[in-house]
Design a protein around this ligand. Structure first.
Ligand code: PHE
Ligand code: ZN
Length: 886
């Protein structure tokens, strides 16, 4: 099918509004009957009165308009499945009956089955797979729902809003009726039916009311829901406290399913979650999983205001709800951590994720502004650009307006748009008005793609005791955008004296010094700031706390980086200096390797490493994150031409040398970081475990034989998954043949727990050394083809095995013989038949083909071309591969 491009500039308001919709379902695995009753009225502002009802893969039974059944000549069935009713000039009542087949639905959009339970997913355009409807976010309607189903298979029947009626039916069937008090667009509709159990609690709201909170799961998972419920309560209280936003429902439900393409979905009052983002006990979830669950619970809950009460006018505005909600989620997670270094650790993790994934996206063929101008398939635009860069753009607003000013702006935005659909301009206007600021230049963050570089030049003048900072910005071209206008960049700086103390800052035009850090506002291509009273040459700390999503170009000397890694009072930049040093060192080692000379550790890095390792004044969590070596993706980003094999060789040698040279020290640090024997996922204990895992990895790399025994012992005796998985990973990545015994033991123990078997997949998919000389691609292929617990229809299985391999195991995936790419082609094509969102996500692993060594690059290009030449590709896959080739 030829895919049509949709453009933002083509937006037209709807021809008709829907006042109310009543849906009635007779649930059946292959033949679900849907009966919908719509009250529809024309939009007086539009001259066109042809009503388009979207529909996909539906079997139409009948359409009844104002009590009269229409015959085939009275409506048009379009080739894409939509229905057009012409000349609807007054209010009508429309009744539509259709049949759908949930069992045959492998796309996981619309109504589908997950382990026998009925689930829905409607964002972005899934509602049209349930019934005929004007399926667009700028149409909101009041929903009532009745669900009829056999009692034995579906004891639980849920939909949005409040339960208003339930009862028995003939033939052992029963029903429930639901009424959602808030009008909503179709993408927020949800229905869940099946054999589920819930943990529930009546929770006291600040306004005096109580709300019923429920977490619904398969019966065997009930004992894994406590943490999610506690997180939900914290999220509710936080939004009341921080933004004055209250829960507007009597009942708020979360449902877990194993079969879900994304993380979770914010359906009004009935959130549906991928089970990996809800279920947790110390035995099945790692420290990171716990943190992730709290964040995602918060995220979906916060959508209730930023997304649901105020929604998006069209899908180009996606970042309006997603960027803002990711930002709110990040602030929530940070506030739950409390102290400033713990917050910094979280910030470092978030920024590393952004740099690894979003910077790469922005530098590749799919680069797009946080608000795209066009798309072929909207599902391809749930990206790290829209989400994570979108959140950075919101964060810059908070940096510029201050916390209070930002809060005022958000209040105004919600006041102005509550109950309606909005655009990114609406949001910026509210922010600007509430703060009496002109933000027009700031809108460029919404329209220009690419990661800006800010070049920094500094000059200290001894005689006048002035220090000049000159910032100039440049943004590389991206597809369709060669020339960029200057961005509005908040650039936070501090200056340190030789004793490591921040100096008081006074600009030339100011009468006295204020504060020791300053947010410079770069709006021109280039601008200089002159600080006065600077009596010695300072060392600058730049773009502190990652004050903008940019790349800073400044020629620090290694000595200055060592200094900042020890003295910067911005914990983010302190870790950043460490990272820069490690990158410097690794890059040198990569060159050594490629020249065939001995790989040597840069002495400055070595010193900084040692001093941080032994620094007693910093928390283990911070130490662990600051010392962790940069990811291979991050190293690759900084290379002019990517050779994953040299990168891996350099990292391996670095670990080995560090492990050998500092073995005594590392052993001591390991012993000093014994976590509390009673497991808790709190940040302090998690930090100790992370520090220990880091030590372990180096010790084993350095050839310390005892550490292997110790790791094995931890895997076999520890009760928490974090330690067990860290131990097992370290063994799997070593040369020790014990790994086979332990992987087998893990399989026996984990095979009935999907969360764990997915971890087991990932361990093998991301293994950094071949298994018994068998390349990892063969290990992965073997699991895909022969392991009975792998199911290509289950996105989590695909992500944790196939995607984990292609995306995160660079050296094994990009083997110069091309076996990795061959595997990729097979998988992409096979998965495209099942779930296009999954195949197009996997397809993106070859986005960067231009940047690899010539031999890899050529093979990647032919793999892409081959896929593109195949018939009947999904629009999702076609767009991604087409753009990669362009
Ligand atoms: N809107 C969801 C979120 O970010 C993500 C999602 C999109 C889920 C599309 C399913 C389908 O919270
Ligand atoms: Zn979201």
């Amino acid at each position: 099918m030829a895919s049509a491009t949709v453009y933002r500039k083509d937006y037209i308001p709807p021809t008709h509004w829907v006042d109310s919709v009543h849906l009635e379902f007779d649930l059946h695995p292959q033949q679900t009957h849907v009966h919908s009753t719509l009250i529809i009225r024309p939009n007086e502002d539009r001259i066109n009165n042809d009503l388009v009802l979207n529909g996909r893969d539906l079997e139409l039974v009948r359409i009844v308009m104002d009590g009269r059944e229409l015959d085939r000549t009275e409506y048009t069935l379009m080739p894409n499945g939509d229905i057009v009713l012409r000349g609807i000039t007054k209010e009508i009542k429309l009744e539509i009956e259709n049949i759908i087949n949930p069992q045959a639905n492998t796309s996981l959009m619309g109504l589908y089955l997950s382990k026998g339970n009925f689930m829905t997913q409607c964002e972005a355009e899934g509602f049209r797979r349930i019934t005929y409807y004007p399926d667009r976010p700028d149409i909101s309607a009041k929903f009532t729902v009745r669900i009829n189903a056999p009692k034995s298979v579906c004891p639980v029947l849920l939909s949005n809003g409040n339960l208003v009626e339930e009862g028995e039916l003939d033939g052992n069937w029963h029903y429930t009726c639901w009424e959602d008090p808030f009008p909503k667009p179709s993408y927020l509709f949800a229905l869940v039916a099946g054999n589920l159990k819930c943990r529930e609690e009546k929770f006291q709201l600040k306004n005096g009311k109580k709300a019923l909170l429920q977490i619904w799961v398969e019966p065997q998972n009930l004992d894994k829901t406590e943490f999610a419920l506690e997180s939900l309560k914290r999220a509710i209280a936080w939004d009341e406290e921080r933004f004055g936003l209250e829960l507007d429902l009597e009942r708020f439900m979360i449902v877990a399913t194993d079969d879900f393409t994304m993380g979770a979905m914010e359906n009004k009052g009935l959130n549906i979650f991928n089970s990996r983002c809800v279920l947790a006990t110390p035995e099945v979830a790692t420290d990171r999983d716990f943190a992730r669950i709290e964040s995602v619970i918060g995220h979906e809950y916060f959508h209730n205001w930023t997304g649901n009460r105020v929604t998006c006018r069209d899908w180009f505005q996606l970042t309006l709800k997603e960027g803002l909600t990711v930002f709110r989620e990040q602030e929530f997670a940070a506030d739950m951590l409390g102290d400033s270094t713990a917050r910094a650790v979280k910030r470092i993790e978030d920024v590393r994720y952004l740099r690894d994934r979003q910077f790469t996206e922005d530098a590749g063929p799919m680069a797009h502004p946080i608000r795209p101008e066009s798309y072929e398939e909207i599902n391809n635009f749930y990206t790290t650009t829209v989400y994570e860069k979108g959140a950075e753009v919101i964060r810059m607003l908070q940096t510029l307006l201050g916390k209070d000013g930002f809060k005022r702006g958000l209040e105004q935005y919600i006041r102005d748009h509550d109950g309606s659909s909005a655009t990114c301009e609406d949001f910026l206007n509210a922010m600007a008005e509430a703060n009496m600021r002109n933000l027009s230049q700031f809108t460029r963050w919404y329209s220009q793609a690419g990661t800006p570089h800010v070049r920094v030049r500094t000059h200290w003048d001894e005689r006048s005791a002035t220090y000049t900072i000159t910032l100039s910005q440049f943004c590389p071209p991206t597809p369709g955008q060669t020339k960029k206008e200057p961005f509005f960049i908040p650039f936070d700086v501090a200056l340190f004296n030789s004793k490591g103390k921040p100096i008081a800052l006074q600009l030339q035009a100011e009468t006295n010094a204020k504060g020791t850090s300053r947010v410079l506002e770069l709006t021109d291509e280039e601008h200089s700031w002159v600080f006065v009273g600077v009596k010695e040459k300072p060392i600058p700390s730049l773009a502190r706390n990652f004050s903008a999503p940019i790349i800073v170009d400044y020629n620090y000397s290694p000595e200055e980086l060592v200094f900042l890694s020890q003295c910067d009072n911005d914990a983010f930049n302190r870790a950043h200096a460490m990272e820069e040093l490690s990158l410097l060192c690794i890059n040198e080692m990569v060159s050594d390797y490629e020249r065939g000379t001995r790989m040597v550790i840069n002495p400055h890095y070595r010193n900084a490493f040692e001093s941080m390792l032994t620094d007693k004044s910093i928390s283990p969590a911070f130490k662990a994150i600051a010392l962790t070596l940069p990811s291979e993706t991050r190293i690759a980003e900084a290379q002019p031409m990517i050779n994953p094999i040299s990168i891996r060789a350099a990292i391996r040698s670095l670990r080995e040398q560090l492990g050998r040279q500092f073995s005594h020290l590392i052993m001591r640090v390991f012993d000093d970081n014994a976590p509390n024997p009673v497991y808790s996922p709190n940040a302090a204990d998690a930090g100790k475990r992370a520090m220990r895992a880091f030590c372990f990895e180096l010790l084993l790399a350095g050839g310390n034989a005892k550490s292997l025994l110790r790791a094995r012992q931890i895997f076999e005796t520890s009760k928490n998954l974090t330690e067990r998985l860290d131990a097992l990973r370290i063994i799997v990545n070593s040369a020790s043949p014990t790994k086979f015994t332990l992987l087998e033991a893990a399989e026996t123990e984990w095979r009935n727990e999907p969360l764990l078997i997915n971890k087991w997949f990932t361990l093998q998919a991301t293994a950094t050394v071949p298994m018994d000389e068998c390349p990892i691609v063969d290990v992965v292929q073997n699991l895909v083809e022969r392991y009975p617990g792998y199911n290509a229809h289950n996105p989590n299985n695909v992500y944790s095995l196939v995607l984990a391999f292609c995306q995160n195991n660079l050296a094994e995936f990009h083997r110069p013989d091309g076996v990795g790419y061959k595997f990729w082609v097979e998988q992409v094509l096979k998965l495209d038949r099942i779930n296009p969102q999954v195949s197009s996500r996997l397809a993106r692993c070859l986005d960067g083909w231009r940047r690899y060594t010539p031999e890899c690059s050529k093979l990647m290009f032919s793999a892409l071309k081959y896929v593109y030449s195949q018939p009947n590709l999904s629009t999702d896959l076609k767009e991604v591969v087409g753009k990669a080739l362009n």
